[in-house]
Design a protein around this ligand. Structure first.
Ligand code: HEM
Length: 472
C-alpha cells in the first residue's frame, strides 16, 4: 500500500499516480515495458498497480535470492478474481499456498505423472499422437495447403497431454470437438492472463467491470464438465469390467488414490487438477514449438544444421522417439535458445511474499506481489552476447540448463514453485519440433515472418506462423 512508499528502504521505481499507480505504464506487453523501466530503476524495482504493491525482479542474482535463498517466504501466490470461480483456488496446485494440500498434489503428480518411470511407460501413447501430427502435415503436403503451426502445435500438445493423463483419443485435426476443447482451454488461458481492474481496485470487485469473472465462470464450468464426463466414463468402465487390465495413466492412479484412504483425494480434486495441468501445459508448450519453428525458418543455416543432425542420428524416414533426444545436442541447444529468447511465461506466475524480508538492502513488505522478469533476464546484454539474435550455438559448449539451477535461464522458474511439468514439457517440445523439421521442408507464406509478441498467460506470436509443408 502507499504507506510503504514513504519508507526510504523500499526498492526504487517510477512515480505512482494517485489511485491508479503505475498501471498505465504496463502497456500491451508488460514484460517489455517492465524490462525498459528496470533499465532506469534497477533489477529490484517497485511499482503500484492500484492497490497491489508489486516488486519486479530483473537479474539472475536477485532471482536467486527470491526463488532459492528466501524461497520459503516468496512462495505465496496473488490470486485474481478469475481464479476464484468454482472455488478453483482452494483446490488448484498453481494457486494453493505452500502447505500440506499443495505438497500432496505436487507429490501425486511427481510420482504418478512426471517421474522418469511413468514418462517412459506412457511414451508409446505420445508416439501415436505424434504420428497423427505427421499424418496431418502430410495431408497438407498432398493437397498443397498451408499449415498454421500454432494450431497444429496446440492440437498436438492437447493430444499428447490427454494421452499421458487419461489415454483418451482426444481430438482430431479440424474436428468439431477439437475446436471446442481448444476454444475452452484457450478462452480460460486468456481470461486468467488478462489484467482485471477488479483485482487492482477491490471496491470494483463485486461489479466485475470487464465481465472477467463471468467469463471465467463459463469457461471453468465448461471445462470441469468435460473432465467430469471423462472421469465418469472411467469410473463406469472400472466398475463394469473390474478384471480388464488397468490403464497406465494419471487418471487411473488418481482414482486408485480416491479409493484408498491415504490421500483424502476426491473426484472434485481430480477435475480441478486436470484443469490446472491442461491450462498450464498445453498453450505454453504449443507456443514454444511455434517460436522454435519460426526462428528456424528465419535462420536457414540453423534449420539445415538441425535437420542434418536429425538425419545423421535418426536417419531417413524414421519417426523420432523420446529416447533419441539425448543424442541430439544441437536440437537441445535450439530449444534452450527458444526458451531464453521467447519464454512462454515471461513473468513466471506472480509470487507473493508471506512476511517482511530484506533483499539487497531493501525492504520487501509482507503481501507484496513479486514478478520475476525472465524475459528481461534472457535478453540482458551483460549476461548474453548478442542477446537479440537467435544463436543456439551459444549453448553447445555451455553447461547452462533450464532446470532451475542457472538463474540466467529460468523459463520454468526455480525453487519450490518451479514448473512441475518440466520433464513432460521437455519431451513434448523436442519431439514436436523434431517431427516437424525432420519429415518436411517448409516454405514460408507470406514471405515475411512477423516476430512480434502478444502477452498473455503464455507469450504468443502476435501473428500466427503459416507455412507450406513439402514432403521430403
Ligand atoms: C514450455 C512449456 C512450459 C513452460 C515454459 C512452463 C513454465 C512454467 C512457469 C514459469 C511456472 C511458474 C513458476 C513459478 O511461479 O515460479 C509454471 C508452473 C506450473 N506449470 Fe509449467 N510450464 C510449461 C509446461 C507445463 C506442463 C506441460 C505442465 C503440466 C502438464 C505444467 C504444469 C504447471 C503447473 C501445474 C504449475 C503450477 C505449479 C505451482 O504453482 O506449484 N507446465 N510453469
Amino acid at each position: 500500500n502507499s504507506g510503504h512508499r514513504r519508507s526510504a528502504r523500499l526498492p526504487p521505481g517510477p512515480y505512482p499516480f494517485p489511485i491508479i499507480g503505475n498501471i498505465l505504464q504496463l502497456g500491451r506487453n508488460p514484460h517489455q515495458s517492465l524490462a525498459r523501466l528496470s533499465k532506469t530503476y534497477g533489477p529490484l524495482m517497485s511499482l503500484q498497480f492500484g492497490s497491489i504493491y508489486t516488486v519486479v525482479v530483473s537479474s539472475p542474482e536477485i532471482a536467486k535470492e527470491i526463488l532459492q535463498k528466501h524461497d520459503h517466504v516468496f512462495s505465496g501466490r496473488t490470486i485474481g478474481a478469475a481464479a476464484q470461480v468454482h472455488n478453483h483456488h482452494n483446490m488448484s496446485m498453481a494457486y494453493l499456498p505452500v502447505g500440506n494440500q499443495w505438497r500432496k498434489v505436487r507429490k501425486i503428480c511427481r510420482e504418478h505423472m512426471f517421474s522418469t518411470h511413468r514418462l517412459e511407460a506412457s511414451q508409446g501413447l505420445r508416439q501415436e499422437k505424434l504420428k497423427k501430427l505427421c499424418d496431418y502435415v502430410h495431408q497438407c503436403c498432398v493437397s498443397g495447403r498451408v499449415v498454421d503451426i500454432g494450431e497444429a502445435a496446440i492440437t498436438t500438445s492437447l493430444n499428447l497431454m490427454s494421452a499421458t493423463l487419461f489415454s483418451v483419443d482426444f481430438i482430431s485435426f479440424g474436428s468439431e470437438s477439437s475446436l471446442e476443447w481448444k476454444q475452452t482451454i484457450q478462452g480460460l488461458v486468456n481470461i486468467l492472463g488478462a489484467p482485471n481492474l477488479a483485482d487492482f481496485f477491490p471496491v470494483l470487485k463485486r461489479f466485475d467491470p470487464q465481465g472477467i469473472k463471468r467469463e471465467a465462470e463459463f469457461y471453468f464450468g465448461k471445462l470441469l464438465g468435460m473432465f467430469e464426463d471423462i472421469v465418469n466414463q472411467r469410473l463406469l468402465s472400472r466398475s463394469t469390467s473390474p478384471d480388464s487390465p488397468k490403464k497406465n495413466d494419471l487418471l487411473e492412479a488418481l482414482l486408485d488414490l480416491c479409493e484408498g484412504s491415504e490421500y483424502e483425494f476426491s473426484c472434485k480434486n481430480i477435475k480441478h487438477l486436470l484443469v490446472d495441468l491442461f491450462i498450464a501445459g498445453s498453450d505454453t508448450t504449443a507456443s514454444t514449438v511455434e517460436w522454435a519453428i519460426t526462428e528456424l525458418l528465419l535462420s536457414p543455416n540453423k534449420m539445415l544444421r538441425a535437420k542434418d543432425e536429425l538425419r545423421t542420428v535418426i536417419g531417413g524416414n524414421k519417426q523420432i522417439e523420446e529416447s533419441d533426444i539425448s543424442r541430439l545436442p544441437y536440437l537441445q541447444a535450439v530449444i534452450k535458445e527458444v526458451l531464453r529468447f521467447h519464454p512462454a511465461g515471461p513473468l513466471l506466475i506472480p509470487h507473493k511474499s508471506e512476511a517482511d524480508v530484506e533483499i539487497n538492502g531493501y525492504m520487501i513488505p509482507k503481501n507484496t506481489q513479486i514478478l520475476v522478469n525472465v524475459w528481461a533476464i534472457g535478453r540482458e546484454s551483460s549476461i548474453w552476447s548478442n542477446p537479440s539474435s537467435f544463436e543456439p550455438e551459444r549453448f553447445l559448449d555451455s553447461k547452462i540448463d533450464f532446470k532451475g539451477q542457472d538463474f540466467e535461464l529460468i523459463p520454468f522458474g526455480s525453487g519450490r514453485r518451479m514448473c512441475p511439468g518440466l520433464p513432460l514439457a521437455n519431451r513434448m517440445i523436442h519431439i514436436m519440433v523434431a517431427s516437424l523439421i525432420h519429415n518436411f521442408d517448409w516454405e514460408l507464406e507470406p514471405e515475411e515472418v512477423d516476430t512480434r509478441e502478444k502477452f498473455g498467460l503464455a507469450l504468443h506470436k502476435a501473428v500466427p506462423l503459416k507455412a507450406l509443408p513439402i514432403k521430403l
